[in-house]
Design a protein around this ligand. Structure first.
Ligand SMILES: Cc1cc2nc3c(=O)[nH]c(=O)nc-3n(C[C@H](O)[C@H](O)[C@H](O)COP(=O)(O)OP(=O)(O)OC[C@H]3O[C@@H](n4cnc5c(N)ncnc54)[C@H](O)[C@@H]3O)c2cc1C
Length: 409
């Protein structure tokens, strides 16, 4: 596994400091280093670290991985079961093996290895505590008492990001996910092999999932933050129905997911945010790895450009980064917000479309394989008709956490 390196020669001023070694940060650090920047990657945890996540890589995530990345895939979904709160279950075959199941500790360590191989210096077990602008540089302080300066900083420190607070990221949707990783016996492992489950849940906008990983299943539930008791009850019920409540879990954790408000800042001066820190997550599926990889790559290039710019040019680079994110990921998020709207108003309609209308399933299948986008799903006649129908239904229940602004210190 990774042997994190303490910088042998600490430059007086780093070109780029990246905070957080998840998919967004490790990618940004690799890309900045590949652009010739002296890059420092700071990570709070000891690498490899556990991350609450299903570890399901859809086609868009696989396509965004660096070529030749050595990665263990523990299973690949060939069939998907959909259910509406335990009823109307239907299993559909994928046209090709889709959703590669990985452990995040391994994926993120491999991405960090790739950043180190490109020349980035990695410091794990190091927490960013403060961030301050000093003229054309940014000063970063850590809990060890170290102070580093850089010409550009990428905040990729996840959904509870400190850098996002500095930048002023604003969220339109905040959800709580509860997840377990459960060891399973051979007969249970055989049942789940090649099969993933998505169940539309009883709480507004909620769902449960089971992802197989050989002798382990990752299973969890997600819903709008604000009803932890209801979500815990759903989790117990869901796990019991899937036969996953008995075994003692290897991990039993919870984590927030956040989706940005359109127009929310992505940069402040020479500081950029990417991945969960920028609240770049699919509103409906809460898929975030492809967003983290893609925004991390864009942030790595933008940071490399910031290194060589004057103060006046810096705002143009930041504006360009925002434009690229908006064009590529903003389009996806707008489409996923519409899908979430439709789903929250009428999960039964979405379930019926997916399980009974072959074109709707084919589009989702194509999306999972990485051959179309969420915007591609929402542009189909079926989705347009369902959206038109849904506008006649009662409005989407308010997400209690909507429109939360992260305040700038
Ligand atoms: C329960 C659950 C299941 C999910 N399942 C899937 C899935 O199956 N597929 C999918 O595509 N997405 C999934 N997601 C979303 C996905 O996990 C995230 O979108 C993804 O991890 C974002 O990557 P990131 O690099 O932006 O942030 P992270 O992976 O969160 O990485 C951030 C890093 O920053 C570090 N850090 C934090 N603060 C500091 C600090 N102050 N100083 C230094 N380092 C710091 C953290 O230790 C962490 O390593 C799931 C999310 C949840 C909650």
């Amino acid at each position: 596994m990774l042997s994190p390196s303490t910088p042998a020669r600490t430059p007086r001023i780093w070109d780029v400091i990246v905070v957080g070694a998840g998919p967004a940060g490790a990618t940004a650090a690799r890309v900045a280093a590949e652009n010739g920047c002296e890059t420092l990657l700071l990570e709070r945890a000891a690498i490899p670290r556990y991350k609450t996540c299903g570890g399901g890589l859809i086609g868009a995530s696989l396509a965004a991985l660096p070529s030749g990345l050595a990665l263990n895939v523990y299973d690949t979904a060939r069939r998907l079961t959909f259910s509406l709160n335990g009823r109307r279950e239907r299993t559909l075959d994928c046209s090709s093996p889709t959703i590669a199941m990985v452990y995040r500790s391994e994926l993120d360590a491999a991405l960090t290895e790739a950043a180190a191989a490109a020349g980035a210096h990695v410091r794990d077990s190091t927490v960013l505590t403060t961030l301050e602008r000093h003229g054309a540089t940014v000063t970063v302080k850590t809990h060890h008492g170290d102070t580093f300066r850089a010409r550009a900083v990428v905040g990729a420190d996840g959904s509870a990001s400190r850098v996002a607070r500095y930048v002023g990221v604003q969220c339109a949707q905040v959800d709580l996910a509860l997840e377990v990783e459960v060891p399973v016996e051979e007969s249970t492992a055989r049942h789940w092999r090649g099969l993933a489950l998505m169940e539309w849940g009883p709480l507004p906008g909620s769902f449960g999932w089971v992802f197989p990983k050989g002798d382990v299943c990752t299973a969890g539930v997600v819903a709008a933050r604000g009803n932890p008791t209801g979500l815990r009850a759903y989790k117990e019920d869901f796990l019991a129905r899937q036969g996953l409540l008995g075994p003692r879990p290897l991990h039993d954790t919870g984590h927030l997911t956040r989706c940005r408000r359109p127009g929310s800042p992505l940069a402040r001066g020479r500081v950029l945010v990417a991945g969960d820190a920028a609240a770049l997550v699919d509103h409906w599926s809460r898929e975030g790895i492809s967003y983290a990889l893609r925004s991390g790559e864009l942030a790595g290039h933008a940071a490399a450009r910031l290194v060589a710019t004057t103060e006046t040019e810096a705002s143009a680079v930041a504006a360009d980064y925002r434009r690229q994110i908006d064009v590529i990921l903003g389009t996806e998020m707008r489409a996923s917000s519409s899908l979430m709207d439709l789903f929250t108003r009428n999960p039964s309609l979405v379930h019926t479309a997916l399980t009974r209308l072959p074109p709707a399933w084919r589009r989702l299948d194509t999306y999972l394989a990485g051959h179309t986008s969420v915007a591609g799903i929402m542009s189909t006649p079926v989705a347009r008709a369902a959206t038109a129908l849904a506008t006649r239904l009662p409005p989407r229940p308010a997400n209690p956490s909507r429109n939360i602004a992260r305040t700038t210190p």
